[in-house]
Design a protein around this ligand. Structure first.
Ligand code: ATP
Length: 368
């Protein structure tokens, strides 16, 4: 990982380039993203804010994305990795694009590849490495003072219920529960057979937190220096959320093995008495990111965790970019409605930030 002062140097250089770029193009930007995850929401929001829109789209998905009139231009690729190619980067630059990163970019590309992308990226691209790397992720969550689940160092230290995870953003794919060395090994063997991992070292063991999972969707503006809670959701995961439909007797007989594969998202509102702490956690996270990963946590992010029976939140993950759960709120959410008159999706909020930054000559504050 590059040292922090090297990152800062790179960041300052990039920031100056961004300023020049914006001036040269008369301030006209195109909002671009990869065709997947939350791209419809992002480009619809960009169009609502008056931007030109561009989608980098895999050929196999053209049929879907050609249906939507708010997409002005499509760059066709065989594979998302082609976004790194000179040809693709050239076109993105010509269009004066601001690229919005999302979960597909993180899952399809390595951190060093993302960091090398030439097109200006909305937010802090350096923090995406902290999302992808379990150790860095834990460091940032600790720095933010968040309550986090215990990491179990080895299969021999398993005591009590644990959740076993794969590295990277996989939308819960392959996760399983273990309560002993044997149950851990059994699950690992299954994943090796399915070629999802090479060995047990590819797995990460964490204390399983009992309660209800909640995903808190924030936006931080470095221009107004304010944090906004724009939505809350929970995931609908197969087949852990379907297992309750099978009575206990049949579950035991069928030897059910739950999985955590995200299929969709369900809207949620919290008890109002919990909101003050939600804001405080978000603010602490932003301050910690400023200290550890300059320029900090710009734009959308998500704290992902579990509320226990005492109403305490334990954060098991964060996403340092827009999450797919925001797709629920294309027309705004019960929380964005408290802050904006316009129906404000996360995608539209990002586009609005680009607009405000551009108008005030502050593009360097929101791009890397
Ligand atoms: P993404 O990166 O796309 O957000 P992911 O692969 O990192 O997804 P997680 O969000 O970490 O997946 O977890 C998937 C699911 O596993 C969660 O929705 C939650 O139900 C469960 N889960 C994860 N960690 C814990 C934990 N420590 N205790 C209880 N449940 C957990």
């Amino acid at each position: 990982m590059p040292a922090i002062n090297a990152i800062e140097k790179d960041f300052n250089l990039l920031a100056n380039n961004q300023k020049l770029l914006a001036r040269k193009a008369g301030g006209k930007f195109t909002i671009a993203t990869l065709g997947s995850h939350c791209s419809l929401q992002l480009l619809k929001g960009a169009k609502d804010e008056g931007f030109r829109t561009l989608l980098v789209c895999e050929k196999r998905r053209l049929g879907l994305y050609r249906r939507f009139r708010f997409i002005d231009e499509i760059i066709e690729v065989d594979n998302f990795k082609e976004v790194l190619s000179d040809k693709c980067q050239k076109r993105l630059k010509q269009a004066n694009s601001v690229m919005i990163p999302h979960g597909t970019l993180i899952s399809q590309m390595r951190s060093d590849e993302i960091e090398k992308i030439d097109t200006p990226i909305f937010g802090n691209k350096w923090i995406l490495r902290w999302e992808a790397d379990r150790k860095l992720k834990e460091k940032l969550m600790k720095e933010a003072g968040l309550r986090i689940p215990r990491t179990v160092k080895s299969k021999d230290d398993i005591s009590g219920l644990c959740i076993v995870k794969l590295h990277g953003a996989a939308g819960g794919r392959g996760y399983y529960l273990a309560w002993s060395r044997e149950s851990f090994e059994e699950g690992a063997r299954r994943l090796i057979d399915q070629k999802m991992i090479r060995g047990e070292d590819d797995l990460y063991i964490q204390e399983f937190v009992r309660g209800v999972p909640v995903y808190l969707q924030y936006f931080y503006s470095p221009i107004s220096a304010e944090i906004e809670l724009l939505g809350i959701d929970r995931r609908y995961e197969s087949d852990i959320d379907g297992i309750g439909r099978i009575p206990a007797k049949q579950q035991l007989g069928a030897g059910v093995e739950p999985s955590y594969n995200v299929i969709g998202n369900i809207p949620l509102v919290l008890r109002e008495s919990l909101l003050d702490e939600v804001y405080k956690m978000g603010e602490n996270f932003v301050r910690a990111a400023e200290r550890l990963v300059p320029p900090g946590m710009t734009g959308p992010f998500c704290l992902e965790g579990v509320y226990d029976s005492e109403g305490r939140f334990t954060t098991f993950e964060f996403s340092a970019r827009i999450v797919a759960g925001t797709n629920l709120y294309l027309d705004g959410s019960p929380y964005s409605g408290l802050l904006y008159v316009d129906p404000m999706s996360m995608g539209r909020r990002i586009a609005r930030e680009v607009k405000i930054a551009n108008k005030n000559g502050k593009m360097s504050k929101i791009l890397t």
